[in-house]
Ligand binder design. Structure first.
Ligand code: DX5
Ligand code: ZN
Length: 231
């Protein structure tokens, strides 16, 4: 495995852009290339206008996933899917607050099952939604595209939100709160990852940038090189 294990930055390749005809092999290859998490995009053609993969596929790739499976639920409602993904071997489960009637209850479902939990903020979703549930979060996922498709362009206004959430998390952990990762999803490439890290992100989802290239390790290493000098 080629990744620098003591890096504070995580790369989470999104298998949305992988070859679904050989997903197990794709998962193995991208882990071998240095993936820290496997990002798993679940879309229901209801909350978002696209349909992808569900718990059966999560269960099928689980034996190949020697790193955590990071399930990003773009479904509405969320609670039944939380239960199904817990049973399917998810390690991290994040959902969109707009898709849950009871955000705190959905977070409890994830935490009580022993998984790591996170909320996902769409480009126009305000940060203050996080305030009263910070103690239940292991991850905040900031969308830098509108959810539904891979291969879209990064929305630069999200940098401001990343910065705001970074401050919120830092203040919270300084006061004794548990660590929370700040993950960003959508349009991340070698040429913008440094700027996103400088805004405060520590975990980077990349689909098309990694799976769109032949050599996954070369792409992941190029991303890590960009992050090398960022504190
Ligand atoms: C979009 C998904 C993303 C997507 C990212 O709704 O949540 O995870 O796969 O793909 P890229 O990196 O191609 O923007
Ligand atoms: Zn995603």
């Amino acid at each position: 495995m080629s990744h620098i294990t003591n890096s504070p930055f995580f790369i989470a390749p999104s298998i949305l852009s992988a070859d679904f005809a050989c997903l197990g092999q794709e998962v193995q290859s991208v882990i071998h290339a240095g993936a820290d998490w496997i990002h798993f995009d679940v879309m229901d053609n209801h909350y978002v206008p696209n349909l992808t993969i569900g718990p059966m596929v999560c269960k099928a790739i689980k034996p190949y996933a020697t790193v955590p499976i990071d399930v990003h639920l773009m479904v509405e409602p969320v609670d039944t899917m939380i239960n199904s993904f817990v049973a399917a071997g998810a390690d991290i489960i994040t959902f969109h607050p707009e898709a849950s009637k009871h955000i705190d209850r959905s977070l409890n479902l994830i935490k009580d099952a022993g998984c790591r939990a996170g909320l996902v903020l769409n480009p126009a979703t305000p940060v203050n939604l996080l305030e009263y549930v910070l103690n239940k979060l292991d991850v905040v996922l900031i969308m830098s595209v509108n959810p539904g498709f891979g291969g879209q362009n990064f929305i630069p206004e999200c940098l401001k939100k990343i910065h705001q959430v970074r401050n919120l998390i830092d203040r919270y952990t300084e006061q004794g709160g548990q660590p929370i990762r700040l993950e960003v999803d959508g349009g991340i490439k070698v040429n913008n990852i440094a700027e996103i890290a400088r805004a405060g992100a520590d975990t980077f989802v990349a689909g098309s940038a990694i799976f769109g290239q032949k050599d996954y390790a070369q792409q992941i290493n190029a991303m890590r090189n960009e992050l090398k000098f960022i504190k």
